[in-house]
Design a protein around this ligand. Structure first.
Ligand code: HAM
Length: 437
């Protein structure tokens, strides 16, 4: 049994739980900056926000999230009513559940987005933590490749909204449909071999080429060679003579060519993009940072037309992606795209003595009416120390209230970055707003 109180002699650690973060105001400001831009782009494309609880029944992930996720990465427990519960490791099963529950009442195509926090028991490392926030953008009800194209275009627009250029990232696309048709029609693998090869290719980037070859041979009984259909050489024509393969490749080509035609040039076919989840059925993609310091996948997504079937519903054609806040922040840092931190408090009123608190409050109240964020120091410390504190907290402006200001009608507002000052009165709030905004 857990004890409710710590033994008196033990000092508690100030560390947060392994792999999760505390968000001090500066970290929170970065997160808000990222979330605001995410929401802005999603809404510009006509997506509406939804959310759900962090807690889900564990069975939700058994059907289609993949063995690794369920057996190794979930935080699961049994509640007091003997129910198996999981802290959501991804949002896709949740949103599929929500769509399935109200399918008859919803208008389609439904365009939805969410910014959930997700929990995965992973080894914490650069870009991978145990709790992260993930923008999820999904469109339900469009079977044509226009949905895949829209979703990939949004991923592109999202990075550009932060000031990134095409050279900063690469969009790598592949197709589960193409892969499955190659596995069955070209390589003639059994279902079991196809499944195992899919998992192996998904892990390829984390293995040496020799280890990959050895593992592949164990699965298929002979050396495995990628067909390299992107190059249109060697056995290309022969493979294209098989109808399923040809159709899947044509669909993939249409997506890539349309994206290029619409101005997205940094998109390429990469047959090693598989995506770990079992629910994907068509086009899959990932977006990679091109900066060698952060050479990792930022976004992952694709088409998953069959997921609603786990709820006994008819299939609904769906495409979506997820992008995490950890990798996004790393991307913005290496490309120097993060703005300098400024406190959301715009003005700190420094008070010389507590007898001037009423005067300070009068000014604060008026400024707040004008939508200016104002804090009053009240520490009774020296004015020099109060200004240092405002600087430390990155509060950009100060007003000092002493006997002159309390008695008179005017006061000074000072910008701390360059000591620029204006003298003003409360009646001139417009002047104050212009100075600070
Ligand atoms: P995912 O590839 O597992 O896809 O995650 C998407 C993104 O979330 C990754 O590219 C990465 O930015 C971030 N991410 C994932 N795991 C972690 C972690 N442990 N720490 C930090 N960031 C992480 C999915 O989750 C799909 N459900 C996405 C999707 C939505 N597919 C269709 N719709």
């Amino acid at each position: 049994m857990f004890s409710m109180t710590a033994p008196k002699s033990t000092k508690l650690s100030t560390d947060s739980y392994k792999g999760v973060r505390d968000f001090y105001p500066e970290d929170q400001a970065v997160q808000k900056y990222i979330f605001d831009k995410w929401s802005k782009v999603a809404e510009k494309f006509g997506y509406n926000r939804y959310d759900a609880s962090i807690l889900e029944p564990t069975e939700l992930y058994h059907a289609k999230s993949g063995e690794e996720m369920v057996n190794e990465q979930t935080y699961s427990f049994v509640d007091r009513g003997d129910r198996e519960v999981t802290l959501r490791p991804e949002m896709t099963p949740t949103v599929a559940r929500m769509i399935a529950a109200k399918k008859r009442d919803l208008g389609f195509p439904a365009r939805w987005y969410s910014i959930p926090n997700l929990f995965r028991y992973e080894r914490p490392q650069r870009g991978r933590l145990r709790e992260h926030w993930q923008l999820n953008v999904d469109v339900f009800g469009i079977a044509s490749v226009e949905a895949d194209i829209e979703i990939i275009s949004m991923a592109d627009a999202l990075l550009k909204e932060f000031g990134a250029s095409a050279a900063d990232f690469t969009i790598k696309i592949s197709s589960r449909k193409l892969l499955n048709s190659l596995f069955s029609g070209w390589y003639e693998f059994s279902d079991e071999q196809s499944m195992r090869m899919q998992k192996l290719i998904d892990k390829k980037a984390k293995m040496s080429p020799e280890d990959f070859d050895t593992e592949a041979e164990k699965i298929v009984g002979k050396a495995f060679k990628f067909l390299n259909l992107g190059k249109k050489s060697g056995e290309y024509e022969e493979a294209m003579a098989i109808p399923n393969i040809r159709e899947a490749k044509q669909e993939l080509d249409t997506v890539i060519e349309t994206l290029k035609k619409r101005g997205i040039s940094n998109v390429e076919y990469d047959e090693t993009i598989i995506r770990g989840f079992d629910y994907y059925t068509g086009i899959v993609f990932e977006v990679f940072d091109t900066n060698p310091k952060n050479n990792r996948s930022l976004f992952g997504g694709g088409r998953y037309d069959e997921l609603l079937k786990i709820f006994g519903e008819e299939k609904v054609p769906t495409v979506g992606f997820g992008v995490g806040d950890v990798t996004m922040k790393d991307f913005l840092e290496v490309h120097e795209l993060l703005p300098k931190y400024i406190s959301s408090t715009e003005i700190m009123i420094c008070v010389m003595d507590n007898e001037f608190n009423d005067a300070a409050n009068k000014i604060a109240e008026e400024l707040r009416k004008a939508n200016i964020n104002v804090a009053i120091n009240y520490s009774e410390k020296k004015i020099g120390d109060q200004i240092k504190s405002a600087n430390k907290q990155s509060i950009p402006y100060i007003i000092v209230i002493g006997p002159v200001e309390a008695e008179g009608n005017t006061f000074n507002i000072k910008r701390l970055s360059d000591s620029l000052e204006i003298t003003t009165t409360l009646a001139e709030t417009a002047k104050i707003i212009n100075f600070i905004k």
